[in-house]
Design a protein around this ligand. Structure first.
Ligand code: NAG
Ligand code: NAG
Ligand code: NAG
Length: 611
């Protein structure tokens, strides 16, 4: 085998895992019953408690708007149904007290309660919170469609914006369908799914506004989306609060991590990775010898430049994918440089592409915003359809070091996997836009903010090559874009290595680089169990002025190498050296629920921490 990965799971381990899995399922089934009982009583407590308390809500936003609907209905009445409504209205206050936009939450949920014929139960609140987002989003879409763009820049941004909002509505439908379940248990076991979809919905809205040139149109859009972003944040808060209520009641015997499924699972591979971080491996990463694709699945179609396949271009192969194809649609792309802009659309689910090696099969482009297209349209390769997987191929944007947004790869696909791939560019090489993504043994090359976006993206066993930035710029590796602290997104570098790019000049230490900076207010980036080269500035992290230094979350855990000393790091409230327990939250199992979908896909993975 030319490319060697080190996480082979032996048969014995697999069996051990199966056993543990069985045991775990048993424990879960038992604890779910317990939880349901607790949930029922917790809800009762909530309602009772509220009946006794005179309700004082903390009105954290919008103090001018009225709360008549909830206060008027609490006046006593002999009728049962009125009492019922009153109970529900009080539960609204309790639930909304956990959100960041309390008033907005109370107003919207009260309306839902008032318009509902039957009594509200906890599960109904979740459903209601999501459908409030849907309504508000539809309204915002409607209003935005009436806005007019004037300048070319505005037109481009506006187009991007409409695309993003459309994605938001469509993807919200996915969370509506997972929230539309009949009991609290299902809602809770769906919490990671709900968080995933709602985070994306939040991200699309924030990106829509964030990319807009300042001006009247931008403020209009911002106004239009204000309510929707608040509702989305609230819905996210309610998902996590419902989970938290139940977690409080979890006793140690009841498997504390029921909800953060996987974090308590043993890692798949207890062996320490051997000599992975050596120059030799780097060589291996760079060339995949021409051996038969013994591990690769039989392709449905073959793409080849020389006419030896069914298609000459990747787009043709995608276009030929049957609608409603079941299973994995596998495209083998033979060696060659493919100068095309490729999009794996929302309809194209479970597409696998593999090439002859990341330096042999390359998709290449050079689009950048200077070309009169919105930044979403600059990416050489875009993956949107769920379950996309790429292996042994390269993605490039050759726009050059002085161009903004020369995106080589943009990923919006949930459960996306990239293995043994190479992403090459300067600024903004890899846009890990939304949803759960896993990068394994990839090489990522860039100069400024070159891993960015608002996905829950884990880079494991990857090598990151930093190119020197232009003279007026500072080189930063990541620019994570979490807009709201309730989103369950982050960029995680795990067991990876950061080194200067080979081509950056003979003197490899003539520039400094930062691990990251905040792309948005609540940016979250974790670098753990990684090897940080001496090019990492002792401050570690960078921000313009004081932007987000309190609200961002930048964390390091157990790194080594010449750039790993945390003594000289920034002293921001948002920067932390975290302990093992905290770091575990950002592992593949816990953070992107990778145990199921990554194993299914047969990709090597380290589920937990290495040590
Ligand atoms: C969302 O789902 C509803 C019904 O479930 C449907 O009417 C609506 O068109 C969908 N919206 C989008 C944008 O897909
Ligand atoms: C936002 O919500 C408030 C209160 O529900 C409402 O008065 C206002 O019109 C809404 N704004 C927009 C732009 O829809
Ligand atoms: C894609 O794969 C997932 C996981 O195997 C599966 O649940 C889903 O139904 C597949 N989708 C299609 C359209 O085949």
């Amino acid at each position: 085998m030319a490319f060697q990965d080190f996480d082979h799971i032996s048969e014995r381990r697999r069996n051990e895992r199966k056993q543990k899995e069985r045991k775990r399922i048993l424990i879960i089934s038992v604890s779910v019953v317990v939880l349901l009982l607790i949930a029922a009583s917790a809800a009762a407590v909530v309602v009772n408690k509220n009946q006794k308390e005179s309700s004082h809500s903390s009105e954290s936003d919008n103090p001018s708007s009225s709360s008549s609907s909830s206060s008027s209905s609490s006046s006593s009445s002999s009728s049962d149904s009125v009492k019922q409504v009153s109970k529900s209205q009080k539960a609204v206050k309790t639930i909304c007290a956990h959100t960041d936009h309390t008033k907005t939450c109370e107003d919207s949920l009260s309306q839902e309660v008032a318009s509902s014929a039957s009594a509200f139960e906890p599960k109904d609140f979740m459903k209601a919170a999501v459908s409030v987002v849907a309504h508000s989003l539809n309204k915002a879409m409607d209003q935005s469609s009436k806005l007019k763009a004037n300048t070319p820049e505005e037109k481009e941004a506006y187009e991007d914006c409409m695309t993003l909002l459309k994605d938001a509505t469509e993807e919200l439908n996915s969370s509506v369908s997972s929230a539309g379940v009949n009991n609290i248990k299902t809602i809770l076991s769906n919490a990671p799914e709900l968080n995933n979809w709602l985070s994306a919905v939040m991200s699309y809205q924030a990106t829509c506004i964030g990319e807009f040139p300042d001006g009247e149109l931008k403020s209009e859009l911002e106004k239009t989306l204000t309510n929707t972003t608040k509702h989305t944040s609230n819905a996210l808060a309610i998902v996590s609060e419902l989970s938290a209520i139940l977690e409080t009641f979890n006793t140690p015997g009841n498997h504390r991590h029921l909800l953060a499924s996987g974090s308590s699972m043993p890692s798949l591979d207890e062996d320490r990775l051997p000599t992975w971080m050596t120059a030799e491996d780097r060589r291996i990463l760079k060339e995949r010898a021409k051996e038969p694709h013994q591990d690769d699945p039989t392709p449905n179609v073959v793409v080849a430049k020389d006419g030896s396949g069914k298609f000459n271009s990747i787009n043709d192969a995608l276009a030929a994918m049957p609608e409603n194809f079941q299973g994995r649609y596998v495209i083998y792309i033979k060696e060659g440089i493919y100068d095309e802009q490729v999009t794996v659309t929302k309809k194209m689910e479970n597409v696998t592409m593999y090439g002859d090696g990341s330096q042999k099969t390359i998709v290449s482009g050079n689009k950048n915003p200077g070309d009169g297209v919105g930044f979403l349209q600059t990416a050489t390769f875009v993956a949107i359809g769920k379950g996309f997987m790429a292996k042994s191929m390269g993605f490039r944007n050759t726009a050059g070091p002085d161009k903004k947004h020369g995106v080589a790869l943009r990923v919006q696909s949930d459960h996306a996997i990239f293995q043994n791939c190479r992403m090459e560019g300067y600024q903004h090489t890899l846009y890990a836009q939304t949803h759960r993504q896993y990068y394994r043994s990839c090489l990522i090359i860039g100069s400024v903010d070159f891993i960015f976006g608002d996905a829950a993206a884990i880079f494991q066993n990857c090598i990151i090559h930093v190119r020197k930035a232009q003279d007026n710029q500072e080189s930063t590796i990541t620019a994570q874009e979490r807009a709201d602290k309730r989103e369950t997104t982050a960029i995680v570098l795990h067991n990876s290595r950061i080194v200067p790019d080979d081509e950056s000049g003979a003197d490899k230490t003539d520039f400094k680089s930062y691990l990251g900076r905040p792309g948005k207010e609540c940016a979250r980036t974790i670098v753990m169990e990684s090897d940080l080269g001496g090019l990492i500035d002792r401050k570690g992290w960078q921000s313009e002025g004081d932007f987000a230094i309190k609200t961002a979350y930048f964390a390091e855990f157990s790194n080594k190498g010449a750039g790993a000393d945390v003594k000289g790091r920034v002293k921001w409230p948002g920067y932390k050296v975290i302990d093992k327990k905290e770091a575990e939250k950002y592992t593949v199992g816990a953070f992107i629920q990778g145990d199921s979908w990554l194993n299914q896909a047969g990709v090597p993975v380290h589920s937990g921490l290495l040590n």
